[in-house]
Design a protein around this ligand. Structure first.
Ligand code: NAP
Length: 288
């Protein structure tokens, strides 16, 4: 039988690092810590080595197609496939509640579009019966969107990739032209690009599940809670190790019937389509 392989993107620090740490302890196989920056990645591996853990390392910048291809070729050649894939890499401009067009574009590229590249280049390597987890956010629940037209299109059960891409494009055009209404997105459209990108990730998760259904692969998205990492400038209710517990549960222990779902940090499965729910991110929580 071939050796099992787990991969976590953006895992040189924060929640991704803690997921790798947990996988090294609990997964019966090889665990890949990956990072866009080689030195930061190798320093993170050294930290785990000091704890007696031995992740493998490979460079992986999720927005650099050549980097994703190199990683894909490496896995194909060495192990032939992936059993667990956690799409964790992301950015947020935590200090700024409203961002420039260039910043918004960058957030969308890293947090959403990169997952399309990974879907194209890494999903074919995910073995039948494997598990894929997209780390989303409370910003990824549909209740973050207040624009009625987009709520309607995104909650259509026959959603297509074109719908999601047009939604993202609509936002970027509004951002470029400076005419996004504060009523279109929850909480006065604060962190708008991050919310739009994460809503797109959670919507995409359901399409990915449909695509991989025949190969018995589970694809879910989840909100890890407000976690004390560099992303939140240290604000939050949970440590990265605590926040890694639900992702670890989802890729290691959850029943295979749990798929195509949006899951909260406490393992509760939420109704992603409930656009009037109170699950959207509130900037006020950062001050608590
Ligand atoms: N912290 C929270 O409260 C919270 C809440 C909801 C959702 N999340 C989600 O949880 C996940 C982890 O966040 P975190 O809080 O652990 O953030 P973090 O500490 O800032 O870590 C983010 C990781 O992503 C990496 N990354 C960024 N761009 C990348 C790229 N192009 N290619 C590869 N890696 C890249 C970063 O690498 P560098 O070190 O090179 O920058 C870093 O390793 C993200 O998906 C985030 O959106 C976090």
């Amino acid at each position: 039988m071939s050796v099992k392989v787990a991969v976590v993107t953006g895992s040189n620090k924060g929640i991704g690092f803690s997921i790798v740490k947990g996988l090294c302890k609990r997964f019966d196989g090889i665990v890949y810590l990956t990072s866009r920056d080689d030195a930061r990645g190798r320093a993170a591996v050294a930290q785990l080595n000091a704890l007696g853990l031995s992740p493998h390392y490979h460079q992986l910048d999720v927005v650099d197609r050549a980097s994703v291809l190199r990683f894909s070729d490496h896995i194909k050649e060495k192990y032939g496939g992936i059993d667990i894939l956690v799409n964790n890499a992301a950015i947020a401009n935590s200090a700024e509640w409203y961002n420039s067009y260039e910043e918004n574009k960058n957030i969308v590229e890293i947090n959403y579009k990169s997952i399309l590249t990974i879907q194209e280049l890494l999903f074919p390597l995910v073995r039948n019966g494997g598990r894929i987890l997209n780390i989303s956010s409370d910003c990824g629940h549909l209740s973050n969107i207040k624009n009625k037209y987009w709520i309607g299109r995104l909650s259509n059960k026959n959603l297509t990739l074109n719908d999601i891409n047009e939604f993202v494009q609509w936002f970027l055009e509004k951002s470029k032209n400076g005419n996004l209404s504060k009523d279109d997105i929850a909480d006065n459209a604060t962190f708008a690009a991050y919310r739009v990108a994460k809503v797109a990730v959670s919507a995409l998760t359901m399409l990915q599940q449909k695509e991989l259904e025949g190969r018995n692969i589970c694809v879910n998205s989840m909100h890890p809670g407000l976690v004390r990492t560099d992303m939140t400038l240290g604000a939050g209710f949970y440590s990265a190790d605590e926040a890694a517990e639900t992702p670890l549960y989802l890729v290691l222990e959850a029943p295979a019937t749990l798929k195509g779902s949006y899951i909260w940090y406490d393992k509760k499965v939420l109704d992603w389509y409930d656009c009037n729910a109170d699950y959207y991110f509130k900037t006020a929580t950062l001050r608590k």
